[in-house]
Design a protein. Structure first.
Length: 88
């Protein structure tokens, strides 16, 4: 797999995990944006659809918000564990 194809795969997997986390909490895109301190949901939508690469800051805040590790978010071979849900 070339670097561009590999990079695209990782972006898509991150987006899948982000969408799964958001849906598990029954949050809308705007609801998650508000919880993350963003004014608009556009960035999150682009991440979920694999159009953007997340910033380090966003990944760290997302991990804290959903009580998951950054490895679970970023490593494609790891699935999200089912931890006790915390309120956002």
């Amino acid at each position: 797999m070339n670097k561009n194809a590999e990079s695209k795969f990782h972006i898509e997997r991150f987006g899948e995990k982000l969408r799964a986390l958001r849906n598990s909490r029954k949050l809308t895109l705007q609801g998650l944006a508000n919880a993350m301190g963003l004014t608009s949901h556009g960035y999150i939508s682009e991440l979920e659809n694999g159009k953007k690469i997340p910033t380090v800051d966003f990944v760290l805040r997302l991990a804290r918000t959903f009580n998951v590790t950054t490895d679970e978010l970023l490593k494609d071979e790891l699935d999200l564990s089912r931890k006790s849900e915390q309120e956002i």
